[in-house]
Design a protein around this ligand. Sequence first.
Ligand code: FAD
Ligand code: UDP
Length: 377
Amino acid sequence: MEKNKYDYIIVGSGLYGAIFAHEARKRGKKVKIIEKRANVGGNVYTEKVEGIIVHKYGAHIFHTNNKRVWRYITKFAEFNRFTNSPVANYKGELYSLPFNMYTFNKMWGVITPEEAKNKIASQRKEVIGEPQNLEEQAISLVGRDIYEKLIKGYTEKQWGRECRELPKFIIKRLPVRYTFDNNYFNALYQGIPVGGYTKLIENILGDVEVELNTDYLENKKKFNEMADKVIYTGPVDAYFEYELGCLEYRSVRFENELLDIPNFQGNAAVNYTDKETPWTRIIEHKWFEFGKDENGNDLPKTIISREYSSEWKPGDEPYYPVNDENNSALYNKYREKAKLEKKVIFGGRLGEYKYYDMDGVIAAALDMCERELGCNI
Ligand code: FAD
Ligand code: UDP
């Protein structure tokens, strides 16, 4: 084996790794991606089944307010006009999300924004002072009724922890609007890449060399010797062999079903917000493309995925970092160690143990490319 054959070995072919590979290759660097899975794309990977583009590792809806990110990513794919407007199912009662006038009308029969504001104001009085945790934050945003029916059960299933033990920033992601607007995201740009995310990633990668089904950590020394530098987008604690302890992650199990009917739930996402239903939500994938195939024909069948949230254990896919106090403190210790690894740059959702959306990961990757490659993108 030739030593330092590559300028960069990139661990992981998700958005972060793929973008770095693209930009480095464009500047004449020799790069190679090592990917543990059998496919490229990381968590945004999609595959076509019965003409339906299936989001294999969870539904991904691209949304951003960042013009630089939008300009960058649309060089590699056209995006459709999908707008996320999930429905909440609480024991058979259906509510609009995010919290808006349709939700308030269904919950309380209020008609005007003023009535809705008054209702919430009267319910938020129980929270005295600055909210200290997710429960208090939620009640102070939307009142106790909505908290009990639409937040508590869903959140406790998703995170496996009591709302009182969770950080309040998690719920601040959700908009609260006194208008009839079901658009889940407050984003200037939103959509799904036409043809799926795998095609997007393949366009980013171009002819970059990729070695699939290969775990970098099983041969770390060998790979490090092959390159001047390593870009690592796997879990930061795994890199250090968990020597300071395990960071906690949430994992998700997907139960997919192909149904011989054209329409199961009439929407891409339905959240089950009660505590008793074991799944958090059901995704019906065809609605990300409005139920049509690439030629504009109606798809006769449908594929649904029930999502079950669970605590991560070795062997599972780590999906969501749990950014509570203990984990954040442990991560900070790993970050100090990571800084001392001069040859390795840690990035992405797992490498930085950060609850990044796709646009955040793209922005972080572009910043890193600029620093590392000395360019402007
Ligand atoms: P990843 O996509 O996780 O890629 C890391 C890659 O590294 C993986 O392919 C992995 O196999 C590989 N790897 C890890 N360790 C090793 C190793 N030792 N050797 C070799 N390869 C390794 N964002 C949005 O903007 N909108 C959404 O709707 C949205 N929905 C989401 C739903 C779910 C269920 C999840 C989990 C995330 C969602 N996200 C969403 C976030 C989005 O997935 C991430 O921001 C983005 O995919 C992170 O990209 P990444 O490159 O950092 O990591
Ligand atoms: N959430 C909720 N009820 C819902 C949807 C979301 O209580 O029907 C809460 C939940 O705590 C979740 C947070 O809002 O973790 C953020 O939701 P988002 O959809 O942004 O979560 P994601 O799956 O994208 O991380």
